[in-house]
Design a protein around this ligand. Structure first.
Ligand code: AMP
Length: 216
């Protein structure tokens, strides 16, 4: 069983790699961005609050995010892989308290390292399935049929926050608010840095090696 956080800028491959590691280990991926996008699509109270922040590439307030994560982790005694949370120091500190309450601890924080130019290139080519949330990249991981989801046949879309201007804002927000978490987790002895550039399965192998997991 594993309890892991994926850290890294938008477009570093956190979601893709968290999916692969989840399949490999049986742990459940918890992607706060997916939870919020679903809430927006369903027009729930949470969705109505989150929508504006997401469109601008800003972060949804910490107390809201912590509430969501606490509720979710309570239901996951068999481990989890956090994708996109925590994103601020208060979220990381709040997560520490939640884990303490649950009587569990993190195994590792995987920091995916990818240069800015590569991120802008990847996000511009990213496409997602609005129905099942599968992610594709027109350059590196295209769907079998042009712009159609391999898994459910739904036409793929560009995420509204993957427009160039919003990408720049999300990168700024990442540098200012999320990057300091690298030092926070390094200080706790939990950080493992993994080169996120390269073929998806190669990066997945590096992650398993860094976590001391055997590859199949
Ligand atoms: P992601 O899919 O992880 O890139 O998240 C998309 C957007 O959802 C972000 O740009 C934020 O607006 C919001 N979001 C996701 N996770 C968090 C979080 N942990 N804290 C605040 N906002 C978040």
């Amino acid at each position: 069983m594993i309890r892991v956080i994926f850290l890294g800028p938008p477009g570093a491959g956190k979601g893709t790699q968290a999916d692969i590691l989840a399949r490999h280990t049986g742990a459940t991926k918890v992607a706060t961005g997916d939870i919020l996008r679903e809430a927006v699509a369903r027009r729930t109270e949470l969705g109505k609050i989150a929508e504006g922040y997401m469109k601008r590439g800003e972060l949804v307030p910490d107390d809201i995010m912590l509430g969501i994560v606490e509720e979710t982790l309570k239901e996951l005694p068999d481990g989890f892989i956090l994708d996109g949370f925590p994103r601020t120091l208060p979220q990381a500190q709040g997560l520490d308290q939640v884990l303490e309450k649950l009587g569990v601890h993190l195994d590792a924080v995987v920091s995916l390292v990818v240069p800015d130019e590569e991120i802008v290139r990847r996000l511009s080519a990213r496409r997602v399935c609005p129905k099942c949330q599968a992610t594709y990249n027109l350059l590196t991981q295209p769907p079998k049929e042009d712009e159609i989801c391999d898994q459910c046949g739904t036409p793929l879309v560009r995420r509204p926050d993957d427009e160039p201007q919003t990408i720049r804002r999300r990168l700024e927000v990442y540098r200012a608010q999320t990057e300091p978490l690298i030092g926070y987790y390094r200080g706790k002895g939990l950080l493992v840095e993994v080169d996120g550039v390269g073929p998806t399965d190669e990066v997945a192998r590096r992650i398993r090696a860094a976590l001391g997991l055997r590859s199949r």
